[in-house]
Design a protein around this ligand. Sequence first.
Ligand code: NAP
Length: 486
Amino acid sequence: MSREREVVEACPTELFIGGKWQAAEGGKTLAVEDPATGTTICDVADASPADGLAALDAAVAAQAEWAATPPRDRGEILRRTYELMTERADELALLMTLEMGKPVAESKGEIAYAAEFFRWFAEEAVRIEGGYQIAPNGKGRFLVMRQPVGPCLLITPWNFPAAMGARKIGPAVAAGCTMVIKPAGQTPLSMLKLAELMTEAGLPAGVLNVITTHDAGGVMEPLIRDGRARKLSFTGSTQIGRKLIEQAAGQVLRTSMELGGNAPLLVFADADLDKAVDGAMLAKMRNGGEACTAANRIYVQAPVMDEFATRLTQRMDALKVGRGTEDGVDVGPLIDATQRDKVKDLVDDAVAQGARALIGGSVAEGNGYFYQPTVLADVPYSARLQKEEIFGPVAPLTPFETEDEAVRMANDTEYGLVSYLFTNDLTRALRVSEKLETGMIGLNQGIVSNPAAPFGGVKQSGLGREGGTVGIDEYLEIKYVAVNLD
Ligand code: NAP
């Protein structure tokens, strides 16, 4: 049997409810596809709304005991999860590449990133602090305690099949919350495998329940409206996020929303161009461009535009496109035909409006959903891709003259997740950073993601932060006790 087959066959494919693997109602299944070939890898359980409710029942039943479990024990389970993920990184990475498409080296990077959330929150589990305060009139005392929010509903996208879940499960476990997680229909395997691994790490039955389904709305809406879950944490598109906020309003659920992005990357004439090109490659091509943090619009100050465009084009030209399991591949396929066609439409629109493809600009030949690494020059401000997430290997370049113009273009979007800024002028760096309307800024670097830092957006890129010392707050309620000392 090939290694690929072995890894797939070793992955659970059923629903994980109350610590047991079980088939979906009526034995229904859902096919998982390899986006590099368009062929089915395996079938997983296709949950019904009744299966979803059974998962919530299990999370609710486990909540009180889990909240009472010593923080050190919760932390040790997270730490063990980190260790198991690290030990089995090769297997987990291959599984991820098969369902999602990214090169194995990138999948390994994601496994390390995901595992790091478990290590980070293992350390946070034992640092949930409270407060003791003398009332201003000197008479009473205020006790402040922080307690788990309660059962959580977690929904994650396909582009980072392990890390987006880890960023929620880590703090929820650390805080003492139970949960139902629904991974994306296209990439359920990494999450099912993670549930198996966390069980091996000692996670008690019912704390983490995993449901996979083709009917995300039909299964999740009843859970959101049920009233027993106390929190909804979603990572995905702004369009679905808005809908979920409305549904959550019925029960006034706490919500965390990690939504879409439209990151600007600004290169000033005083920048170190080596750093700027390295940063642009990372910000653009991490995950093949299928990242909420992907540089969607690259604005370069006119005097250095030609030099920057030439260097970026050389780097993009050197990338090898192919199936993510093959040696030396830098760029895998897009997730599906819809996404590939969307990238094609956005590039065609820009070219029709006067942009020039310095390299690429078309769909790659063959099976699977490949698009060529592309650099577009002279992209007009009216092009659709200035406003819409590309989610593909396309770098659109637009020149600017002044700092004010660059900031105005950067902020002219409903999104506010991340921006990137390249300059060697410290005063400009701070001045522009203060003006950029995003939750995160990469200053002279093309990556901001780090489990020890607060990740999240402003405007329509979301609500709340994941990671850092504040990440656990999303899963804790504050309770204050007014103490009468008279
Ligand atoms: P999506 O279509 O919004 O789907 C995200 C998740 O929501 C999937 O699990 C999906 O299930 C589920 N879903 C879809 N419709 C739903 C509904 N009516 N009710 C409940 N759940 C529903 O997004 P995507 O295409 O998977 O992911 C790409 C988007 O995620 C991009 O916009 C990207 O910027 C964003 N993203 C943001 C961050 C961040 O941290 N800010 C990180 C990564 C990605 P199915 O798969 O079954 O449809």
